[in-house]
Write a protein that binds this ligand. Structure first.
Ligand code: FAD
Length: 430
């Protein structure tokens, strides 16, 4: 006798781990079948990560809470760990899948994964719908009058705001709990998935901070930023809901627009993933001194603000934006280490790691990117510290041995490093 399979529409959670204001989920709910909520721990990604990766712990905790919400209504999350195509073959054998919905992901790996899943589902006659969710404007929605992409932030922001005033996308009512299929699945523990809990936790975001954001955002000791990074990365808040709250705070809104600016740069110029945005910088002879790079990573450069930032990153998975700029500039210019080394280290450590933002900002500090800081602008770490941490509140927290003999001498003298950087950049310009 043939086993009866339940007819479902699948909603595939990826970087949108919430039930509220979720566009793809809303579309699935609007469809003709009960919705099977699915998450796949993608082994192509997880195999590259350490077992105690803090982002995996956060994803697992968030999924657990989603599963609890679903269980209260007689449903459950179907959560597996697999290579996506292999996983989808099993899913289509287990269920009578009528349609698949997901939110679009614009990173190169995600695009190629979705293409292959699309082809597979098509071969089984199953439609796969991808919709816009993680941004207000995607792909080529914000372009110049001649339809070319913007490569400078300010005109991009102006156009973004013009379009936003016309469209104002509202949050999606996607949390109708009656639409989920009434099936039970056991939710896997972290260790069953091959991971263990990380000591680093993702803090909750602090939306109340956006009220004073314009005044406090540049002072690392004040913790005046929203800490939304990982929540935007993994979609534990919907962008439409957020922008609605951010609308009256233009400085803060401007940062959310930077996020979309770099996303569209990655979309239009995918070469930035492993090349300079501006090829004329390809000739820079990086020193790439491995020992100096280690000292930078460990926070032992002898420049207190650089060391404080790196230690904050290593201990918490977060670093304040002002300090990210200082440590990034220091690595590329003072030490003449290729920005790709710094980018890769941040990708490993940051809870809010986002390919487009990390790449865009690293290329910005290195001077190789679109709308980048000019190459001859070399941040003076001491002047930055005097301006943004004058009482050493931030530095004392992370570098308690500052005044002791245990603290290293500067790895390089600022004036010499600055001149060396300008020479190397000038020489390397093609
Ligand atoms: P807030 O200041 O409260 O800003 C709110 C949100 O706006 C952020 O969460 C982020 O989504 C967005 N945002 C703010 N500043 C930027 C910016 N300059 N570029 C793009 N988006 C921005 N941000 C990431 O999200 N992921 C990264 O991997 C990342 N790497 C960076 C690397 C370098 C070298 C530098 C200089 C910056 C990087 N940033 C990155 C940008 C910025 O530092 C972080 O977004 C911010 O510090 C996160 O803290 P928050 O959520 O409290 O930000």
């Amino acid at each position: 006798m043939q086993e009866h399979k339940t007819a479902v529409s699948v909603f595939w959670f990826r970087r949108d781990l919430r039930l509220e204001d979720n566009h793809g989920l809303y579309r699935a709910i609007e469809g003709d079948h009960p919705v099977l909520p699915l998450f796949i721990f993608d082994t192509n990604i997880t195999d590259e990560l350490p077992a105690d990766d803090a982002r995996i712990s956060f994803i697992h905790k968030t999924l657990h809470s989603l599963n609890n919400q679903l269980s209260e209504h007689g449903s459950a999350l179907f959560c597996i760990k697999d290579e996506p195509l292999a996983g989808w073959k099993k899913i289509t054998e287990k269920f009578d899948v009528k349609a698949v919905y997901a939110n679009e992901d614009y990173e190169p790996y995600a695009k190629s994964r979705d293409n292959s899943i699309h082809d597979f589902l098509k071969s089984r006659g199953i439609p796969f719908s991808l919709v816009k969710d993680q941004v207000i404007f995607e792909k080529a929605e914000v372009v110049k009058a001649d339809e070319k992409p913007y490569t400078v932030y300010t005109p991009y922001r102006n156009k973004w705001q013009d379009l936003f005033r016309e469209e104002r996308p509202a949050p999606y009512p996607s949390d109708d709990m009656h639409s989920f299929v009434k099936l039970q699945f056991r939710f896997p523990g972290l260790s069953e998935l091959g991971f263990r809990s990380s000591g680093i936790k993702v803090p909750d975001y602090k939306l109340e901070r956006i009220a004073d954001y314009a005044e406090t955002r540049d002072i690392p000791a004040l913790a005046g930023t929203s800490r939304l990074g990982p929540h935007l990365r993994f979609g534990t808040i919907g962008i439409r809901t957020l922008v609605k709250k951010a609308e009256s705070y233009p400085v803060f809104l401007g940062e959310l627009i930077w996020r979309e600016f770099f996303m569209q740069i990655l979309y239009h110029f995918p070469h930035v993933v492993d090349q300079n945005f501006r090829p004329k910088y390809d000739g820079i002879a990086w020193r790439n001194d491995a020992e100096e790079f280690e000292r930078w990573k460990e926070g032992r450069t002898g420049y207190p603000i650089v060391d404080a930032g790196m230690r904050e990153l290593n201990s918490t998975g977060f670093m304040h934006n002002r300090v990210r700029m200082v440590v990034g500039s220091f690595l590329c210019k003072h030490l003449l280490v290729d920005w790709k080394w710094g980018e890769a280290y941040f990708a490993e450590k940051l809870l809010d790691y986002e390919l487009s933002s990390n790449n865009g900002n690293w290329q910005w500090v290195a001077g190789t990117g679109c709308d980048a800081s000019p190459y001859f602008r070399v941040f003076n770490p001491t002047a930055q510290q005097q301006k943004f941490d004058p009482k050493l509140d931030y530095i004392n927290k992370w570098v308690p041995e500052l005044d002791s003999t245990g603290y290293p001498e500067p790895i390089v003298e600022h004036r010499l490093a600055r001149e060396r950087a300008i020479r190397a950049y000038k020489k390397g310009l093609l």
